[in-house]
Design a protein around this ligand. Structure first.
Ligand code: N2P
Length: 383
């Protein structure tokens, strides 16, 4: 980690020296290739005269290392203003209303489908994204945006159960541990489910042996029963600070995203310290795998700058630093070799899927019936 920071500072220096001195030499930070002799563009190919002063980034909470934003500002003079959300549905509501002022948002797979269908996305200009070469081709060209015409993978992850091994010394292997009233009664008020219209019904669907995309009315009726029976024992539906509450042991158990569990385990920068007792599991009945993607909004006022920022985030060094901080999984194949032994070890302990686990992971898709989940979720939360 320390090593990575030293390298980053050196890189930053080299780049700014090249920019100031107008040197034609290729700096180690040159990610863009030659500039083609355009006098307004330094050797990194970015036309400074086209950069906005500010970029508005609407991102999930605890989902970027603030040092990465500082580095971008130091290098390009662009201040990235971050607002956060905790569900695709919240983000969608804001963007659909129009004039959000945001340049970049980070929808998950099924929400990418929704945003493309609703005409909310601007096409990606790949000529401005030379660092795309660093992304794993297996994670590009996904079902939700063939050819990545509108979206670029940011992070991916899995959803399961995070728990404190002090309270569960024998581990957890089933959704029953968090869904069955008899099992959660001793932990009443000390656990949470995600506040999410796809994730939480999805977990209950997997528990009853169904696809998490099933909108079969009988299955959804059963899901509603299960979740309503669980609800009196819950501390909250929570997607915002599960990491902190697990770390502090206010929660002993939580329906959690892998990276949020990793943050509970490792801490998050200066924000809070980690708890070594936190473990993470994808129950035997299966769980969700998802990918969050950078998307420029159709009405983005700063599309050029947005591309420059996206390209910056795809530098292997930057992607590695970012994923070390937030604990999810990076689609950047060239960042993998830069990761610390510590994070790799936790990945191996279940914070990342292996081949065996992949078999019980499922993607959420948008289909004709998808709005059933919004209705179901409104009913469950309202009761
Ligand atoms: C980060 C949220 C992860 C995104 N707090 C889940 N799709």
């Amino acid at each position: 980690m320390q090593m990575l920071r030293v390298l980053l500072v050196a890189l930053l220096l080299a780049v700014s020296l090249a920019a100031c001195g107008g040197s034609s030499a290729t700096s180690p930070g040159n990610e863009y290739g030659a500039s083609g002799g355009d006098s307004t563009a330094p050797s990194d190919g970015v036309d400074r005269s086209k950069l906005a002063k500010e970029l508005y980034f609407y991102n999930w909470s605890d989902y970027i290392d603030p040092a990465v934003l500082d580095q971008f500002e130091a290098e390009y003079g662009v201040k990235v203003i971050v607002d956060t959300y905790d569900s695709n549905e919240d983000m969608l509501a804001k963007v659909r209303a129009g004039n959000s002022g945001y340049d970049i948002v980070v929808p998950s797979d099924y929400a990418v489908q929704i945003m493309i269908a609703e005409g909310l996305a601007a096409p990606v200009d790949k000529t401005l994204l030379p660092n795309l070469v660093h992304l794993d081709p297996n994670l590009l060209d996904q079902y939700f945006d063939k050819g990545n015409a509108y979206s670029i993978p940011y992070m991916y992850g899995i959803t399961g159960i995070a728990y404190n091994t002090k309270f569960f010394p024998n581990g957890i292997d089933s959704w029953a541990a968090i869904l069955e009233p008899s099992q959660v009664a001793p932990f009443a008020g000390k656990f949470s489910m995600l506040d999410d219209a796809r994730e939480t019904p999805g977990a209950a669907l997997r528990y009853i042996g169904q696809s998490l995309n099933s909108t079969d009315p009988a299955a959804l009726a059963r899901v509603k029963e299960i979740l309503l029976a669980q609800k009196p024992y819950l501390a909250a539906y929570n997607s915002s600070d599960v990491n902190r509450k697990l770390a502090s042991e206010e929660y002993v158990l939580a329906h959690s995203w892998s990276g949020s569990a990793m943050q509970a385990r490792n801490g998050l920068g200066d924000e809070f310290s980690g708890n070594p007792n936190i473990a993470f599991v994808i129950p035997k009945e299966g769980g969700m795998i998802w990918m969050d993607n950078m998307m420029i909004l159709k009405d983005s006022p700063h599309a050029y700058t947005a591309h420059v920022f996206m390209n910056f985030l795809m530098r292997p060094e930057v992607a590695a630093q970012n994923v070390e901080y937030i604990g999810y999984l990076t689609p950047n194949k060239d960042a993998l070799e830069l990761l610390s032994p510590e994070i790799r070890e936790l990945y191996a302990q279940g914070f990342a899927p292996d081949e065996e686990m992949y078999k019980r992971l499922e993607w959420a898709v948008r289909n004709e019936g998808t709005t059933a989940f919004d209705d179901l979720w409104t009913e469950i939360k309202g009761q």
